[in-house]
Design a protein around this ligand. Structure first.
Ligand SMILES: NC(=O)c1ccc[n+]([C@@H]2O[C@H](COP(=O)([O-])OP(=O)(O)OC[C@H]3O[C@@H](n4cnc5c(N)ncnc54)[C@H](O)[C@@H]3O)[C@@H](O)[C@H]2O)c1
Length: 247
């Protein structure tokens, strides 16, 4: 059983790219703080290994592993349904899966361009589109999309990665605004200020936390630290927050 105490006790988080790196670190952190986690990845064996490790540490039924290619809409629909059932709900979506590996624009293969754009951007669109249906029933919720400093500053050598991560910023703002405009009930009573704040933060790290991330990039364990920051982005239940309630 997942623990009933912790900063995010009771949250149910779906994390893409959870087999390694930041996704795995976020899964470990959220589980340590009381959430149930679903780790979804094209690498099912890797996701299962992380889930097993989390269950050994925090109890059976804390973590679940699912095979998912984030570029495939039919898989998103199916796996979100299964994760929702396994965890008893869905209140957090972490769109973390992402790839780079592109090169200079003149030699970049069009197929690789499309693949990077699809894994990094289609995934955020598909995840938010289909997760919100489940998240409506478990509010307040949070959607955390992994962009990058490469979405703000071009490096001249990764056009697809630069373009895709820039797209994640504005897509996140769009999703945040969509959800904010549909707020109703007690949480929505905070009105424009709260909505503006959510819009400002919108799916990427707030300014202060971005600075923390940049400081920590120099650390050897930077992926673990970044995973912790993802966990920190999920507000505890008593704070409300997140993109809901949705009408
Ligand atoms: N590592 C960093 O310092 C850093 C900095 C800024 C942003 N990011 C972003 O954070 C995210 C995670 O980075 P990371 O370094 O942990 O990456 P990683 O390469 O270590 O892990 C990515 C995971 O995504 C999975 N994945 C790849 N394609 C997939 C697909 N089509 N469907 C499902 N899963 C797929 C991989 O199997 C892998 O488990 C990425 O979006 C990356 O762009 C990372």
């Amino acid at each position: 059983m997942a623990q009933s105490t912790g900063r995010v006790a009771g949250k149910k988080a779906f994390i893409t790219g959870g087999a390694q790196g930041l996704g795995a670190a976020a899964g470990r952190m959220l589980a340590k703080e009381g959430a149930k986690v679903a780790l979804a990845d094209i690498n099912l064996a890797g996701a299962q290994a992380v889930a097993d490790e989390i269950n050994a540490a925090h109890g059976a039924g804390t973590a679940f592993a699912f095979e998912l290619d984030v570029t495939q809409e039919d898989q998103w629909i199916d796996v979100l349904e299964k994760a929702n059932e396994a965890m008893g709900g869905l209140s957090v979506l972490v769109n973390n899966a992402g790839i780079g590996g592109d090169g200079p624009i003149e030699s970049l293969d069009f197929g690789l361009w499309k693949k990077v754009m699809s894994v990094n951007v289609d995934s955020v669109f598909l995840g938010a589109k289909h997760a919100l249906t489940h998240m409506r029933a478990h509010q307040p919720g949070s959607i955390i999309n992994l962009s990058s400093i490469a979405g703000l500053i071009a490096n001249g050598n990764s056009p697809a990665y630069n373009a895709s991560k820039a797209a994640v910023w504005l897509l996140s703002k769009n999703i945040a605004l969509y959800c904010a405009l549909r707020q109703a009930g007690p949480s929505g009573a905070a009105g424009p200020h709260r909505r503006a704040e959510r819009h400002r933060q919108c799916g990427a790290l707030s300014g202060q936390r971005r600075e923390q991330v940049h400081d920590r990039r120099r650390d050897q364990g930077r992926r673990r630290h970044l995973g912790d920051v993802i966990g920190f982005e999920v507000p505890p239940p008593r704070c409300g927050g997140g993109p809901g309630p949705l009408a």
